[in-house]
Design a protein around this ligand. Structure first.
Ligand code: MOS
Length: 745
């Protein structure tokens, strides 16, 4: 007998795994179209100024070149009049490719060369001659920090820091134990394996089918239709598979605009793919300078928390993250001041990158807490327990659930933390110093309104559909599990369709909200199908379920039967026949959670323990062991969930030791714009990662009890590693990544 029940909470292989490893899963740049033309982007060589002239004659003379689009000949679009902002845009006026002669950042697209083949387009692009009139640019936050401003509140979903409470300055002044420092995390770029690409298929009737690399097919769809003044049924965006994104696909990127513009002008299908170095010419994780002051009593109890952050944004948009709020969310304190400001630099606008804000803010506070542990002479875990926040003190709300204590305990046990000698440089093996460090993690458990459709057909096939996305996170798999379990069908009978703007409405996939939000929508739609089927089943002649209520029956094996008597039942097919239908369909929306009007705050939590080995002479750091204990409510699929945490931890290793987009301030340009010089952790950098899911009962956020896992894995990981490096070496580096030069310096 097939197993139909108990899918939720069990480890399952990815339903899209086979398609991915066989190449059957196609990505945005892999779709073909008749007469497909190829566009290559020409990027600006200066950071600021104007384009004096563009000489495209040589490029246009190359046989096979169709057009060279620049600001001088680009078509007029609706966008240039209405200033349309996409769903995820920060306040401000979005960047418009080829708008005019102004250059506002280095790498800005200034021309698109379209040709019959990729090779011709690439060659012709090298022949475009552009003369610039440069102006003075500024990309250095160390200079610009004096210009920092509190961003405007309008039109942003980002939570502001709470108002100050108590007397944080006075309490710090008086505190017997103090820590004060400036913390930095370098600029990072997302660098997903799949570079950004759009294949715009120009259909015979003039409508567009667009294969776009995006985390939100409907966001791209509404962007294209608004910007180009098309009706929504003239544009369909499809993106069933995404080769990683980490936030880089939250906003429609400029290749989409350029490919659509060219397709509409040439009345022909066009593909534009960004090169790896062009992946450094749009959003990034902003540079952040944080200042933290912690005051405590000799017993380690915090009497003052002050946490300030200054982040980069572009001159045209006020990009914002939640950076500083986490300090008080993690730790109880009566005197708190959290401040957040922006400063403009001449780069593109930053964009969310896995755990935006928290990945930075928690890195700083958790490094500072380790310093406090040493200053007070208290074990780092014990220090955190003494300052444990029982409630969200800023909002004066209780948590929907919070098993962070269990994370500390189980993580510490698994790691062997009790054997730690707190003395720095106390462990050594051969030429390597060994260090153990830990940190906490916290991330908001967000619910979004997502719609989903479920449809059952006579062959016992169930199709569920929503416009949400799977960016490698496992969305396909968990939605399939939820649907199969709700209707008592084997997973093999379920087809899950996502990543298509024509499907029921969904916001972008992001913020770790998809499992909870899309999952709830799918569950609700399937429950609705279930009710209809049950109604039909009761109506059948001599129905064994005639007098039953839906609570008394079980859906299993393609049947509905009395829970207390499995022999008394009908098949789903019989129920459909009784109802005279050959399709049972329902569409439902997830609710936004009860949170909005309740006295609860929803967050996931974690405790990370790290072991490093540092070669004392060479400064080489190996992260030999990580234990990450996570409390995130119901774990729908321990296998895909574990992979999310593994990926997050690897991201954290990158933040701790390697990832850094280097700006040459003379040129105003990211110089290491390739994977040879922008270092990400590779297999040789990753040793043992142990993931623990702490049992956590969650019932307030959504019926599934899900909090989401896409981001919590990275949060705190860099700090745990930095703290382990301090324990190993006695060197406190407050400037991430902790590279060899900093360790030896
Ligand atoms: Mo995530 S940075 O919201 O894709």
């Amino acid at each position: 007998m097939l197993q139909e029940k108990g899918y939720i909470g069990t480890p399952r292989n990815r339903v899209d795994g086979r398609a991915k490893v066989t190449g059957e899963a196609k990505y945005a740049a892999e779709f073909d179209a008749p007469d497909l033309a190829y566009g290559i982007v020409v990027s600006s060589a200066i950071a600021k100024g104007r384009i004096a002239s563009i000489d495209a004659d040589a490029a246009l003379a190359v046989p096979g070149v169709l057009q060279v689009f620049t600001h001088e000949n680009r078509p007029r679009t609706a966008w240039f009049d209405i200033n349309f902002r996409d769903e995820t845009a920060p306040p401000g006026s979005p960047f418009r490719p080829l708008y005019d002669d102004k250059v506002v950042y280095s790498g800005q697209p200034v021309a698109l060369v379209v040709a019959e083949s990729f090779e011709i387009a690439a060659y012709a692009a090298s022949l475009v001659r552009i003369a610039y009139e440069p102006e003075t640019h500024m990309t250095d936050l160390d200079i610009q920090r004096d210009e920092a401003y509190v961003p405007p509140r309008k039109r942003t979903g980002v939570k502001r820091p709470p108002s100050p409470r108590g007397d944080p300055d006075g309490a710090f002044e008086q505190a017997p134990v103090k820590v004060h420092g400036e913390y930095r995390v370098a600029i990072e770029h997302h660098n997903p394996m799949e570079t950004h690409a759009s294949t715009v298929v120009y259909e015979e009737d003039g409508t567009l089918t667009i294969h776009d690399k995006t985390q939100g097919s409907q966001n791209s769809q509404s962007y294209v239709s608004s910007v180009f003044g098309l009706s929504s049924d003239q544009v369909r965006v499809i993106s069933p598979f995404v080769g990683g994104a980490f936030g880089s696909g939250l906003r429609p990127q400029y290749q989409l605009f350029l490919a659509v513009m060219a397709a509409l002008e040439l009345k022909r299908s066009v593909r534009v793919v960004l090169t790896r170095d062009q992946m450094f010419t749009f959003g990034y994780r902003p540079l952040t300078i944080q200042t933290i002051s912690l005051g405590a009593n000799p017993d380690g109890k915090l009497v003052s928390i002050m946490h300030d952050a200054i982040q980069t944004t572009s001159p045209w948009e006020d990009y914002q993250e939640v950076v500083v709020n986490w300090s008080n969310l993690l730790y109880h304190c009566d005197n708190v001041k959290l401040t957040y400001r922006l400063s403009q630099v001449d780069t593109y606008t930053p964009i969310d990158m896995r755990a935006p804000g928290a990945a930075l803010g928690v890195t700083a506070i958790e490094t500072a807490m380790d310093e406090l542990a040493y200053a007070a002479g208290i074990d780092p875990v014990e220090l955190r327990l003494r300052n444990y926040a029982e409630m969200d003190e800023a909002d004066k709300k209780y948590f929907t659930s919070k098993e962070l204590r269990a994370c500390y305990q189980l993580g510490a046990e698994r790691f062997g933390w009790a054997r730690r000698n707190p003395e720095p440089r106390s462990m050594r093996e051969g030429r390597e110093l060994i260090g153990w460090g830990m940190a906490s993690g916290v991330w908001e458990a967000i619910m979004q309104r997502v719609a989903a459709r479920a449809a059952l057909t006579p062959d016992d096939r169930l199709e569920v559909a929503s416009a949400t996305a799977d960016i490698g996170t496992g969305t396909y798999t968990i939605l399939t599990q939820i649907a199969a379990e709700t209707l008592g069908l084997p997973m093999e009978s379920v087809t899950t369709k996502i990543g298509d703007s024509s499907l029921p409405k969904s916001p972008v996939e992001g913020g770790s909200w998809t499992a909870a939000s899309a999952g709830s929508a799918v569950q609700k739609a399937c429950l609705s199908v279930r009710e209809q089927l049950f109604k039909y089943a009761r109506r059948m002649d001599d129905s064994p379920l005639a007098n039953a209520s839906i609570e008394q029956v079980t859906f299993a094996g393609g049947r509905i039967h009395m829970t207390n008597d499995p022999s008394a039942g009908v098949t789903l097919q019989q129920a459909m026949q009784a109802g005279g239908v050959d399709r049972v369909e329902a569409e439902e929306k997830s609710s936004m959670g009860l949170l909005k009007n309740m006295r609860y705050s929803g967050y996931s939590h974690s405790a990370i323990f790290a072991e490093v080995r540092v070669d004392e002479e060479l400064g080489v750091v190996r992260v030999t062991r990580i234990v990450n204990a996570v409390a995130a409510g119901t774990i729908l699929n321990p296998k895909t969930a574990r992979s999310q945490i593994l990926g997050g931890v690897v991201f954290g290793i990158g933040m701790a030791l390697e990832e850094e987009s280097m700006l040459d301030h003379n040129l105003g340009r990211f110089m290491n714009h390739n994977l040879a010089e922008y270092h990400v952790p590779v297999n040789a950098d990753v040793y043992d990662i142990d993931v623990i899911f702490v049992s956590e009962h969650e019932e307030r956020l959504n019926p599934l009890g899900v909090k989401g896992l896409g981001e919590i894995g990275v949060i705190g990981t860099a700090a745990a590693i930095g703290n382990a490096i301090y324990h190993a070496t006695g060197k406190r580096i407050r400037d991430y990544p902790i590279t060899i030069d900093k360790l030896l310096g």
